[in-house]
Design a protein. Structure first.
Length: 185
């Protein structure tokens, strides 16, 4: 939420009236702004159910958004594919510079992006968002994921939704936005 506030005051939500910030990291943090004001009670898009009888989430429910679309979910799937539990985030990125490895995880990336896009389009729709900003550790993977995400959103969103939500951007402040936001409170 701090990161969302930083985007609102200084970053890519600055010009937005209705905006959604999604911090995609270990979980999925949320900040929603309606008429420019932070909706303090709306903060857990990560626990929307997006899959019936889906994966178990930390919150004990099944099929939560963050069990599929958090960076943790993505990295866990990649670690499993390569059978190396200890792979760190930077090591995964390094590994995926290799074309063969990248092809090997193509199905995982595709599925990840499908789930991520569903949650983003749902939140955008629900909040009549003109702008969606994505932050968290997702930012480090933007070269790998962001273009795929934009294509998938273009595929699944209706013309009306695309007209309404014209701007979908990566956070301006990358992963430090939480610190900037905290100083604003
Ligand atoms: Zn949950």
């Amino acid at each position: 939420m701090c990161a969302g506030l930083a985007e609102k005051v200084y970053g890519n939500l600055k010009e937005s009236r209705n905006g959604v910030f999604l911090g995609i990291g270990t979980g999925i943090g949320t900040a929603v702004f309606i008429d420019g004001k932070l909706m303090e009670e709306v903060r857990s898009a990560g626990h929307m159910i997006i899959e019936k009888n889906g994966r178990k989430c930390n919150c004990k429910k099944n099929g939560c958004y963050e069990a599929y679309a958090s960076m943790k979910a993505l990295k866990d799937s990649i670690r499993k594919e390569f059978n190396v539990e200890s792979l760190r985030s930077e090591e995964i990125l390094e590994l995926l510079k290799d074309k063969e490895n990248l092809n090997r995880v193509d199905r995982i990336l595709k599925e990840y992006i499908e789930y991520l896009a569903i949650g983003i389009s749902n939140m955008a729709r629900l909040c009549s968002a003109d702008t969606v900003v994505i932050g968290g550790s997702f930012v480090h993977y933007k070269d790998l994921l962001f273009e795929r995400l934009q294509k998938e959103l273009d595929r699944i969103m209706s013309d009306f939704e695309k007209e309404q939500t014209r701007i979908i951007k990566i956070a301006k402040f990358s992963n430090d936005a939480g610190i900037i936001g905290a100083t604003l409170i």
